[in-house]
Design a protein around this ligand. Structure first.
Ligand SMILES: Cc1cc2nc3c(=O)[nH]c(=O)nc-3n(C[C@@H](O)[C@H](O)[C@H](O)COP(=O)(O)OP(=O)(O)OC[C@H]3O[C@@H](n4cnc5c(N)ncnc54)[C@H](O)[C@@H]3O)c2cc1C
Length: 387
């Protein structure tokens, strides 16, 4: 498999890597994290000016039509710097839903509001009783005159507290767990009946629990066809998983670098602790874990055009590896740093937290192992039926 980037992808990578290296050091990140939004709105605007908020959106929507590899390039760079701005929520997840479901002038306007950085979006999908299942939607959408009335609860909506607009996944028919019957609605975050309880997450980001009580929206709030949002939702979440895997790759890479620097610099018994062979072996194990994640993430990122079962398998495999190998790297880093790795002032502590918590966003390794098995069985059945 060819792991090299094209010229355009390399230019994008250079731009992202330079941006975070020059302007996104650990102290800057911590200051952004401590602000009321939980990230820097100036940095967000700078992402917009550099064109980064249009990378994965289609040309049709005014974006750069980036695929999985471009998504990986951006996310890996952001992972290296532990970027806390809502790129995943606003650009990757909501951007894809708008791209896939809206059309004409409406699509162009909505996409432009993302690409320019003017509006920040959050995907209100997962529910308190549904675990990681994105189809476990009990929130209802009832037709009412020209519009709809939404009722329900959403849990751990990434950046839901600072978003200007929500894309709410609601059920127009069927039962929780059904992929059919789902609709996507654009809802103003300050609309009457929307209540948001925001909080910081362990990994330095923010999320919100959201209730929708008798929220009235117009007919134009419906994105695409009623009851037909399931496929677009799945595709958005697949891109989200690729983004997270690539972000973990960047964060793990940097965690390995920081640990190696520490092993070379920290002295014990009069010598750098990195001179002890047992610690060198552990450092090597960390790098092997990182390379496993990088390889599977690249494989997944290049699979967006593959057959559905194959694509699902690859994306699930990458997320499983991120969950397992990511934890290994995070725990080893803390162990090698000793007590220093536990300090809030120490960057490695924050890398470890983000790497471990990425396992829990958009399905943990157990959830994706089950998805991998299902895709494997479905793929085998399809082959058997075709034979
Ligand atoms: C702020 C802080 C928080 C910490 N938190 C934790 C924690 O949460 N969990 C935890 O497990 N530990 C923690 N530690 C301790 C951990 O970092 C130390 O590594 C641990 O106590 C072992 O100490 P040491 O390696 O310095 O060995 P020491 O206890 O200093 O040495 C043990 C003995 O073995 C001998 N020895 C060992 N290796 C060699 C060698 N290569 N050459 C010669 N002699 C050797 C020495 O002569 C010495 O007498 C913390 C430390 C600090 C400073």
């Amino acid at each position: 498999m060819d792991f090299s980037y094209s010229d355009e992808q390399r230019m994008l990578k250079d731009m992202v890597d330079r941006l975070v290296a020059e302007q996104y050091d650990f102290d800057t990140r911590e200051a952004a994290r401590a602000s009321s939004a939980g990230y820097s709105t100036q940095m967000w605007q700078q992402f917009a000016e550099l064109g980064l908020l249009g990378v994965p959106l289609s040309e049709d929507a005014g974006g750069f039509d980036g695929g999985g590899a471009e998504l990986m390039v951006v996310a890996e760079g952001f992972g290296r710097a532990l970027v806390v701005e809502p790129y995943l929520a606003s650009v990757v997840l909501c951007g894809h839903l708008i791209d896939a479901l809206a059309d004409g002038v409406h699509k162009a306007e909505l996409a432009e509001s993302i690409i320019s950085g003017e509006m920040r979006y959050a995907l209100a999908c997962h529910e308190p009783d549904g675990g990681y299942d994105p189809h476990w939607i009990a929130t209802t959408a009832r037709a009412d005159g020209d519009g709809y009335v939404l009722d329900g609860s959403k849990a751990v909506v990434a950046h839901g507290d600072s978003a200007d607009r929500l894309i709410v996944i609601a059920r127009s028919s069927g039962e929780p767990g059904d992929r059919d019957g789902l609709s996507a609605f654009l809802v103003d975050a300050s609309a009457q009946g929307v209540a948001r309880r925001g909080y910081p997450t362990i990994d330095g980001h923010r999320a919100a629990d959201i209730t929708l009580a008798n929220v009235r929206v117009g007919g134009d709030a419906l994105l695409g066809e009623a009851r037909q949002a399931g496929a677009a939702l799945d595709a958005a979440l697949e891109r989200g998983v690729i983004y997270l895997c690539a972000e973990a790759t960047g964060a793990m890479d940097r965690a390995c670098e920081l640990t190696l620097e520490y092993l070379k610099q920290r002295k014990q018994f009069g010598v750098p602790i990195g001179s002890f062979q047992a610690l060198q072996h552990r450092m090597v194990d960390m790098r092997i874990a990182l390379e496993k994640v990088r390889a599977l993430t690249f494989w997944a990122a290049c699979s967006l055009e593959s057959a559905p079962d194959e694509r699902r398998q690859r994306i699930a495999a990458a997320k499983v590896m991120v969950g397992r190998a990511g934890r290994q790297v995070a725990e080893e880093a803390i162990q090698l740093f000793g007590g220093m790795g536990m300090m809030e002032e120490s960057a490695i502590a924050h890398y470890a937290k983000r790497i471990v918590m990425i396992d829990h966003w958009l399905g943990d390794h157990r959830w994706h192992m089950a998805a991998f098995r299902r895709a494997l069985v479905d793929g085998d059945n399809a082959l058997a039926n075709a034979a």
